[in-house]
Write a protein that binds this ligand. Structure first.
Ligand code: KIV
Length: 310
């Protein structure tokens, strides 16, 4: 371990924590809500310092940090572990835990139990779940259990197969109406906010006007009350295909590769470690050590690996 976790800052140095009612106020005042994902302690420190309003420990962690092919395999234990790490680095933004596939569909009891894990074990202020339909009942149950819920409609990655793949939703009148019904139903059971994902800008604009709660868009145009992007997408931490709606603000992957490559080059060419990276020792200590090492009796027996049972 080469560095300790960051020291706690003194009170007054940071903004007051963002609350659920504050997001409604921001919508009322027309102030855009900035939401981003984070999955560990260093990403939490970065989004804290950048001054965002809402942090989602998204189940996109399945791909971005755990290397799965989709969001489907990630489980509650993994999500709670990541959310707890984010909590340790976060002071101000509202922290939301994303309920993974299979953690809430079976029953209201299952949904409440897992939502409570995010709150009790990871210190989340709220949870997010995907889709309308049965998820509306689950959202109602969690809200009644005292935990704020964010909905998520449009392209819902956990059930993308049923939607015909990863493509924009609401391009037919039927599907646009279905999304409107889902969003209104989620609002009616007490969701404090909804994510709109991959919805044509004009459809999204029409729906936002009918909703009282803040709508956070990802690939849903500029009319939503806020925007969310995946941390790894916006910073370019991973390579390969990204959705049309992603805007890259940095190329961190390239910076990381270049850094590690430079280190490898320095080690191989004996440029690292240099004089600045060494600890010094008193010459008398060294001389005592040398005397000890030069003793005849020190040349002990060698370990016989052939006699070792593995
Ligand atoms: O898991 C996630 O990162 C999300 C956001 C894209 C909203 O659900």
């Amino acid at each position: 371990m080469s560095s300790a976790p960051r020291e706690k800052r003194t009170p007054g140095e940071s903004r007051p924590p963002v609350t659920v009612p504050q997001l409604a106020e921001m919508k009322g005042e027309g102030k855009p809500i900035v939401m981003v994902t984070a999955y560990d302690y260093p990403s939490a420190l970065a989004v804290e310092d950048a001054g965002v309003d809402v942090v989602l420990v998204g189940d996109s962690a399945a791909m971005t940090v755990l290397g799965y092919d989709s969001t489907v395999p990630v489980g509650m234990d993994e999500m709670v572990m990541l959310a707890a790490a984010v909590r340790r680095g976060l002071r101000t933004p509202l922290l939301i835990g994303d309920m993974p596939f299979g953690s809430y569909e079976r029953s209201n009891e299952q949904a409440i139990e897992n939502a409570q894990r995010f709150v009790k074990e990871a210190g989340c202020a709220a949870v997010k779940l995907e889709r309308g339909g049965a998820s509306v009942d689950r959202a109602r149950a969690i809200v009644r259990a005292g935990i704020p819920v964010m909905g998520h409609v449009g392209l819902t990655p956990q059930t993308a197969t049923a939607l015909g793949g990863f493509k924009a939703q609401g391009k037919t009148a039927n599907r646009a109406i279905e999304i409107a019904e889902e969003a209104l139903a989620l609002q009616s059971v007490g969701c404090f906010s909804i994510v709109f994902e991959a919805i044509p800008a004009a459809v999204s604009e029409a729906l936002v006007g009918k909703l009282e709660i803040p709508v956070i868009g990802i690939g849903a145009g500029a009319a939503t009350d806020g925007q969310v992007l995946v941390f790894h997408d916006l910073l370019g931490i991973h390579q390969g295909h990204t959705a049309k709606f992603v805007k890259r603000y940095a190329d961190v992957h390239e910076a990381m590769v270049n850094g590690v490559r430079a280190y490898a080059g320095d080690v191989r060419s004996h440029r690292f470690p240099g004089p600045d990276h060494l600890y010094s020792v008193d010459p008398s200590v060294l001389s005592e050590l040398r005397t000890y090492l030069d003793q005849e009796s020190l040349a002990g027996e060698k370990w016989d690996w052939s006699a070792t049972e593995i």
